[in-house]
Design a protein around this ligand. Structure first.
Ligand code: RIB
Length: 308
């Protein structure tokens, strides 16, 4: 067995249909876009590929449609050495898709039609129990059925596997158990605002939100703040990790680059603060290139200090 840090991702795979537009259209308006890109996405798949690109041994648990998108997604996982033994295919639904618009400032709007991902059942997830148990870190998001995600988190907790929950896309009805099963809860500032019911517009707001989420049961909290970096709350301490001001071309999937990198560094034995700091640097790289997974740096392109 390889000695690479082991990460299991239970989450969605989508095909991203990205249009680059000068601005978002008004209701009823037709607008010319300047470019289009079709790529591999889905928060779970993105995080799996990011962790694999950094050197983790990654197993992906997801469900694809038996269609051209599903076949391409399977090939893409194989290309990045992601273990696909728990990537299922169905004839009952199309693969998940995500029509995305990116404006001139690199900001995005995303619609997800999760399709086959919605059909990943608890019974199918249970077949991945041994793989979750053998991992150092389990990463989950909120694009699969909630019961399936909760089951994955429960298995990891019972097996002593560290859990990272990225509560995205945001929902205000997240079960309390999901927070309690999160060793590391990793929302962005919008998701943290939805979870706490209070705006998160500054580093101070993020400190308060992180404390509130710990009070509600999360083991530790990392709130990502874009170019302001992130706030890390763990062991009765809340700290700000600085980001870097970079010119963003496309922020799509930057949050997933962060979570996938964090999962890798935690599985490799880094502290939460060290992992968050390194993941911040990697996410900053991703916003400088177009696309979702296509914007993720390879380990060889990153400074060696990140891995020392
Ligand atoms: O976080 C970005 C991702 O959200 C995209 O890849 C899209 O598929 C949606 O899941």
């Amino acid at each position: 067995m390889s000695s690479a840090p082991r990460v299991c991702v239970v989450g969605a795979a989508n095909i991203d249909l990205i249009s680059y537009v000068p601005r978002l259209p008004e209701m009823g308006e037709t607008l010319h876009g300047s470019a289009f890109q079709l790529g591999y996405g889905g928060k779970g798949a993105n995080q799996a590929v990011m962790a694999a690109k950094l050197g983790a041994a990654v197993t992906m648990v997801t469900k694809l449609g038996r269609d051209v998108f599903g076949e391409g997604t399977m090939d893409n996982f194989r290309r990045w050495n992601v273990d696909v033994s728990h990537v299922l295919m169905t004839d009952e639904a199309f693969s998940g898709v995500a029509p995305i618009m990116v404006d001139a400032e690199g900001r995005n709007s995303i619609v997800i039609v999760t399709g086959a991902n919605d059909l990943l059942s608890v019974a199918e997830l249970d077949r991945a129990h041994p793989v979750i148990a053998a991992s150092a870190v389990l990463a989950c998001q909120l694009e699969l059925p909630m019961e399936t995600t909760l089951r994955a988190l429960r298995i990891a907790r019972a097996e002593g596997v560290r859990t990272v929950l990225n509560p995205a896309p945001a929902r205000d009805d997240l079960p309390a158990e999901a927070l309690e099963l999160s060793d590391v809860l990793c929302p962005n500032q919008g998701e943290a605002a939805v979870l706490t019911g209070k705006p998160v517009e500054s580093i101070e707001d993020a400190f308060a939100a992180a404390r509130a989420l710990i009070d509600r049961g999360a083991g530790s909290v990392v709130i990502t703040l874009g170019e302001l970096g992130c706030v890390v709350a763990a062991d009765d301490e809340v700290q700000h990790v600085e980001g870097s001001a970079v010119s963003a071309t496309d922020t799509t999937g930057a949050g997933d680059a962060f979570v996938g990198a964090l999962a890798y560094f935690l599985a490799a034995g880094r502290s939460l603060r060290e992992g968050a700091s390194r993941a911040t640097a990697i996410a900053a790289r991703s916003v400088q290139r177009r696309g979702t997974q296509t914007s993720y740096p390879d380990r060889a392109d990153l400074p060696a200090e990140l891995f020392n």
